[in-house]
Design a protein around this ligand. Structure first.
Ligand code: ZN
Length: 196
């Protein structure tokens, strides 16, 4: 699973709105297939790993960082590919919280595949924490920090507490080093920065 996580990390930042996922096919203690989700619309990690393994996938174990999908999205369900390939056992790191795609492990179990979930789950969920946040809360994942030496002004609200408008210095003002501060003033060391 460590290898699957490392493979997943290769796709980090390229797969939105999908999460980054890695998969490894193991046969008789040897890695025979590796895959990761490279970009939205591209093959899922499981498909890439199974294709890489070829005939060796039959009777093999599949380690994957996220529960295999069980729905038709941009690509067919990975669960169907796993069954066709003859994978014997699927070990997932974490369940898929997306209700549209979830149910993959249950479907595989119903079709005779040995399944388990939870191996290195914390590591896997940390890797896709932005995706998990979005699915669970339907809002973008935002990092807030409080840098001690500089600030970034937030554009809203555009009036002071007394109601008078805050003047935007415009591009020239920004170039000269001026900062457009919001109407509610926060001591610089505590000013939040938004990193998207
Ligand atoms: Zn899939």
């Amino acid at each position: 699973m460590q290898l699957a996580l490392a493979l997943a990390a290769r796709g980090k930042g390229f797969t939105s709105p999908n999460p980054c996922v890695g998969a490894v096919v193991v046969k008789n203690g040897e890695v025979v297939g590796e895959g990761w989700h490279r970009a939205f619309g591209a093959d899922h990690a499981e498909v890439m790993a199974i294709n890489h393994a070829g005939d060796a996938a039959r009777g093999a174990d599949l380690f994957v960082t996220l529960e295999p999908c069980n729905h038709f999205g941009k690509t067919p369900p990975c669960t169907h590919k796993i069954l066709r390939a003859g994978i014997r056992r699927v070990v997932a790191a974490c369940p898929d919280p997306n209700p549209k795609a979830a149910g993959g492990l249950e479907f595989l179990a119903q079709n005779g595949v040995d399944v388990s979930c939870g191996l290195l789950q914390v590591e896997a969920e940390t890797l896709i924490e932005d995706f998990l946040w979005y699915v669970r809360h339907h809002t973008p994942f935002v990092i807030l920090s409080a840098p001690p030496l500089w600030t970034v002004a937030l554009p809203l609200p555009r009036v002071t507490p007394s109601g008078s408008p805050v003047k935007n210095p415009g591009p020239s003002g920004m170039k000269s080093g001026a900062r457009w501060m919001p109407s509610w003033w926060v001591p610089e060391p505590c000013m939040p920065t938004i990193l998207l």
